[in-house]
Ligand binder design. Structure first.
Ligand SMILES: C[S@@+](CC[C@H](N)C(=O)[O-])C[C@H]1O[C@@H](n2cnc3c(N)ncnc32)[C@H](O)[C@@H]1O
Length: 224
């Protein structure tokens, strides 16, 4: 097996079978069911496509992956840290993830992960109340959202207004069935597009996440 960096982001790697990886920031730490292995004296973790909407969207050619070393990231719906751990690998120890989740039980699962990762802070908050973490979260380079809620677009836009820097980026993972089970996902994604455009955000790319995540899409936006 041979790993090479992606042209879209030199801190994400691909093997000859098209599987994605990040370099493990915490040697020996496994976060979920991913494979961890040594290659050229470095340790890598597979970024499993079915476990992360971000790796699935990279696989589905979202194109630009504007996540850089030293970035500050506001992560809404961090859960047990599956995707956040790979972002943590990419941004390194000069970056910081402010990870919000409303569910204490799932956030407890995050504790052993962040205990060893100095670049993730876990916050038990409702991301629908963005002013409740104003005292902790600064302006950020990226807002990442994966909360699977009927009003998830409103939550995303409010957090962008509070926290995203000018020319910052946003990743919005939309689960059509959480917004409306009865409506055709295509129509839902069209409505999402309109809401983002009405908010003067620049939509850089929209990708559907099948076959890895059914009825999901990822939107990559830029704050004009
Ligand atoms: C699909 S899971 C996130 C998975 C995670 N993004 C990953 O890829 O590793 C959705 C998470 O959003 C959280 N959530 C739902 N509503 C929320 C809200 N209003 N504020 C913060 N978190 C919320 C849930 O508790 C759940 O952990």
């Amino acid at each position: 097996m041979k790993l090479k960096p992606l042209k879209e982001n030199k801190n994400i790697f691909i093997d000859d079978k098209g599987r994605l990886y990040t370099k493990n920031l915490v040697k020996g730490q496994k976060v979920y069911t991913e494979k961890v292995f040594k290659y050229n004296n470095e340790e890598y973790r597979e970024w499993v496509l079915k476990k992360s909407k971000l790796s699935a969207s990279i696989k589905k050619n979202i194109g630009l992956v504007p996540i850089n070393e030293g970035d500050r990231v506001l992560y809404l719906g961090i859960a047990a840290g599956t995707t956040a751990s790979h972002i943590s690998d990419i941004i390194g120890n000069d970056g910081m993830i402010f990870g919000i989740d409303i569910a204490p039980r799932i956030l407890r699962e995050l504790v052993p992960i962040i205990y060893k990762r100095d670049n993730i802070i876990g916050l038990l908050n409702d991301s629908d109340k963005p002013d409740s973490y104003l005292h902790i979260v600064p302006k950020v380079d990226i807002v990442y959202q994966d909360v699977a809620q009927p009003h998830q677009i409103k939550i995303f836009l409010e957090n962008i207004d509070y926290y995203l820097k000018n020319r910052g980026y946003g990743f919005l993972a939309v689960k059509a069935r959480s917004i409306n089970v009865a409506k055709d996902p295509k129509e839902i994604f069209k409505d999402v597009r309109k809401s983002l455009e009405d908010h003067s955000l620049n939509i850089l790319k929209e990708v559907r996440l099948e076959p890895y995540h059914k009825d999901h899409a990822m939107f990559l936006i830029e704050n004009k």
